[in-house]
Write a protein that binds this ligand. Structure first.
Ligand SMILES: Nc1ncnc2c1ncn2[C@@H]1O[C@H](COP(=O)(O)OP(=O)(O)OP(=O)(O)O)[C@@H](O)[C@H]1O
Length: 587
């Protein structure tokens, strides 16, 4: 299973971590010198009455304090810089990996959950590689160095203080296990809550128009409560172990004081040694007392890492061919050869067979859900066919580089998506850096969108809202047609993309498209007027081609296509015929 390569990120930033670790070790080392100065002040100055040494020891104190502050500053700065860099690299790589995944992955996973992973779970790992990790490391170094110093001063007293450490370790292990379980659930619930909030905000208009605010609030509150309860569980785990840890550290100090006091009274150790020992004991206790929340950070980072590993283990269903066929120019001829397609064992398309020669137009009609958009999804290789094959210029698209396949067609999706960016950048999408302004203007003009763009406050530089907010449905459709035209691909696909346009504009756009003689067109529509001039029209029914032919031949068949024509124009033509009949009589 592919894993989040934390080690690799650390290696890439090793110089930061090495210097940060070095500064930390020096700062802790200096911290360990302070009790020795105290020892000498007690034994030499206070007990030995050598007042002349006091200034020397005080100066040593100051020097140690200043040097420690400097190294601490360097350590914290470097840990911050390195953890920010690692988090940014991790987030970038995760996002790149998610971008590589196939459409099928996004069919099954929510945007809200993915957002939670890319943002919150990376943040948890960032914590452990930065501030929290630094404290854990510093605590360990501190305990080790304090132990060495204590052993050097007095072994029996050291054994008294370490006697409680196994109990603390036992508690820490249990704490980590319990927190790991709780944090796993917290991370899951965070993702669910994100999804609920994200869906609600994205669909705020639908929510309002159906007056579903109370329901949505209730739904969010339910998840919010669950999230809150899980966090309370986490707090309860911490509360359960914190008093025990706190008691053990106090007990340690009492035991050291008792055993040390006994040693001083019986002349085995000096008062200075006991004072220094008490200071070392306090240096051991801060990491122990913080084992709860540091364990919490550690558990949350492990849980988050598991979630990221799950995403990283996902492989794109649609892979690049091993030895792709490189073509000198983008292909123009398209063939669907007896294509079958099933998704999760449900047949969606069966025996779809057609050829589209360069410059020709194919119209596709059919009931909703009959499989029209699926044909485009297969052409784009969002999914692979279950049986049969799709060829571009005679090459199975599974043998061509994905880039070539997707560069070959330019699709105006049924569900228009515009980015929160300028009009010009939305049209340039296919080739942001290379497309000239003139090309953008031509495409916008061919999509009959120049007039409304010219009336916008900043024309082509007008920033449109999220998903094209602030534009009418027809304006959004026209911009997405302009974007597809600007891409200048050999195959242009319009998937029900003129439904929000008036007949006049649709006709004008069709006339512009008809001028593009080299471009093959696939026009998916519910309106007969959109497809009637196509070289061939397919009429789909339940994933199969039920009828095929030109407008005239399909009309003559008097089948499904004819019925659709009747439904759309029947009355109008009857009325027109009646009017024509009536007119000469009146004249
Ligand atoms: N990602 C998916 N997972 C499962 N089933 C799907 C998926 N996408 C489409 N389908 C199913 O495939 C069938 C064909 O869908 P498709 O979108 O191709 O229909 P369509 O003819 O374009 O419909 P419309 O005219 O409403 O746009 C439908 O029954 C639909 O439920």
């Amino acid at each position: 299973m592919k894993k989040n390569p934390i080690g690799k990120y650390l290696l890439q930033n090793w110089y930061y971590y090495v210097f940060a670790f070095g500064s930390m070790a020096l700062s802790v080392f200096l911290d360990m010198l302070a009790p020795l100065v105290t020892l000498h002040i007690v034994d030499d100055v206070l007990v030995g009455h050598k007042m002349e040494l006091l200034w020397k020891y005080l100066a040593a104190f100051l020097l140690i304090g200043a040097a420690k502050a400097l190294f601490q500053y360097i350590k914290e700065f470097l840990f911050d810089v390195s953890s920010v860099r690692v988090a940014s690299q991790m987030r970038g790589n995760l996002f790149r990996h998610v971008q590589r995944l196939s459409v099928e992955y996004f069919d099954k996973n929510n945007t809200g959950e993915l957002l939670a992973r890319v943002r919150d779970d990376v943040d948890r790992i960032w914590d452990i590689l930065g501030f929290a990790g630094m404290l854990i490391l510093e605590g360990l170094i501190c305990i080790m160095m304090a132990m060495v110093s204590m052993v050097k001063l007095d072994l029996p007293l050291t054994l008294v203080s370490v006697a409680i450490l196994p109990f603390v370790a036992g508690i820490a292990i249990r704490l980590e296990k319990e927190l790991d379980r709780v944090y796993d659930a917290i991370s899951e619930e965070n993702a669910v809550m994100n999804t609920v909030a994200q869906e609600n905000l994205a669909g705020v208009r639908t929510v309002k128009s159906f007056a579903r605010e109370p329901y949505e609030i209730k739904k969010f509150r339910k998840h919010n409560q669950k999230y809150c309860d899980l966090n309370m569980d986490q707090a309860r785990v911490l509360m359960k172990y914190d008093p025990a840890i706190s008691f053990l550290t106090k007990l340690m100090r009492v035991l050291v004081l008792l055993a040390g006091g006994y040693g001083v009274i019986h002349g085995r150790i000096t008062l200075g040694v006991l004072t220094a020992f008490m200071e070392y004991t306090s240096k051991i206790t801060w990491p122990i007392e913080n084992v709860g929340w540091l364990g919490n950070c550690f558990a949350s980072a492990i849980a988050s890492n598991k979630k990221l590993n799950k995403i990283l283990a996902e492989e794109p269903q649609i892979a690049e061919p091993e030895n792709p066929v490189e073509l000198s120019k983008l292909p123009g001829d398209l063939e669907f050869h007896h294509v079958d397609f099933s998704l999760h064992d449900t047949p969606i398309l069966q025996d779809i067979d057609f050829t589209l020669k360069q410059g020709h137009t194919l119209g596709i009609m059919g009931m909703t859900g009959s499989g029209k958009t699926t044909i485009v999804n297969l052409l784009e290789r969002f999914y692979d066919v279950t049986d049969g094959y799709i060829c571009l210029d005679g090459h199975d698209i599974r043998t061509l580089p994905l880039r070539t396949v997707r560069d070959t067609s330019s699709v105006v999706m049924q569900d228009v998506f515009l980015f929160s960016d300028t009009i010009s950048e939305n049209v340039r999408l296919g080739s942001r850096s290379t497309m000239k302004s003139e090309e953008v203007h031509n495409a916008v003009s061919a999509a009959c969108a120049s007039e409304f763009v010219d009336h916008l406050s900043d024309q082509y530089e007008t920033v449109i809202g999220e998903r094209g907010m602030g534009l009418s449905g027809g304006q959004k459709q026209r911009l997405s047609i302009a974007r597809a035209l600007a891409k200048q691909a050999p195959i242009l696909v319009l998937d029900d993309s003129t439904s929000a346009l008036d007949m006049e504009t649709e006709y004008e756009i069709q006339s512009h498209l008809a001028e593009k003689k080299d471009v093959s067109k696939i026009i998916i529509a519910h309106r007969i007027s959109s497809v009637q001039s196509a070289d061939e029209i397919l009429y789909l029914d339940h994933g199969r081609i039920a009828e095929r032919g030109t407008h005239e031949s399909l009309m003559a068949q008097k089948g499904l296509y004819y019925s659709t024509w009747e439904a759309q124009y029947g009355d109008y033509h009857k009325a027109k015929a009646a009017l024509e009949q009536a007119l000469p009589a009146n004249a």
